[in-house]
Write a protein that binds this ligand. Sequence first.
Ligand code: PHE
Length: 388
Amino acid sequence: MNLWRTQIIWPVLAVAGTFLAGITGCNKPSGGETAASDVIKVGEFASLTGSEATFGQSSHQGTQMAVDDLNAAGGLLGKKIQLLTEDDQSQAGQPATVARKLISRDGVVAILGEVASSRSLEAAPICQQNKIPMISPSSTNPKVTETGDYIFRVCFIDPFQGTVMANFARKTLKLNTAAVLTDVKSDYSLGLAKFFKAGFTADGGKILVEQNYSAGDKDFNAQLTAIKAQNPDGIFVPGYYTEVGLIALQARQLGFTGPIFGGDGWESSSLVPIGGKALEGCYFSTHYSPEDTSPAVQDFVKRFRAQHQETPDAMAALGYDSAMILADAVKRAGSTGGAKVAAALAATKDFAGITGKITIDANRNASKPAVILTIKDGQFKYVETIAP
Ligand code: PHE
């Protein structure tokens, strides 16, 4: 099925695409050669719709803002940057399709994306095979960059994030026991659950009960009843906001009053609208806080608010940083050639990003502090920053 699509349908679509672009007038001039010399095409894939729509929308807004800033400052290597954004609809199967399209039809020089680790993992082998550098703004599962030497990220990884939340649970929340509720459909959730459990038990805590769910589930009563029966001090939920909001709601309805906490997947403007009061006093780790008083963050927050009438979240800030890191590498490489850009990306050192100083390590990850936020009066509030 996959083979069939790749080998037969794809070339047909590519030809049809070029043809259609010719008639409709988009993507001009057709054929790609003249276009290639006018602009630098950068691809982006994001969940602009579907169950994690706020992830893709935020990330895209940040990425677009960086591209606009770069173009306003003269572009790259004397050319304007053209950002080509594809919506993967938060759906498995789409990231591979859109990554192929960006590479073969559009001829992008690099790809920015995704937020969710499972979707980055789907596109990464395609970028690697085609020697097109890919930068994930915010996928934290270690496997993403293990795909190969063309795959980078500008955020920390989950062995760190899991340890941060384990230490926070033990030392600040003073939990002796915990339950873990994992989304088995998500590489992110599986990884973060594993690293949290390792950190929590290494620190003398005890995991009393583990339960699973699948992305898209709406009823968590069976799992939460099993959890409540063991009476844990807290529940760790390494999931995405749609399910997290429902889990918090249903846990409170069942009478669980202890802390519920998780990772960056909680961060969404839709979390509180879903979970409401059930989330008060809960905690999650993420990559940045708009309350950070540094001039770079405050300038970013101010300009983003003026454009979008909302406060930029971590995905917006990381999206911005991903495009800026790419631009910095292209400048240092003096070229858009995949191998040269990948080598320059690998050499990134102390780049001043919105989300902190970014140095790409030997495994193509960024080692950066994590931020812990709490939910108070329906708002995300800064608690503390934890250095690696
Ligand atoms: N880290 C999450 C993942 O790997 C995605 C995410 C990043 C979600 C930042 C929210 C904020 O799947």
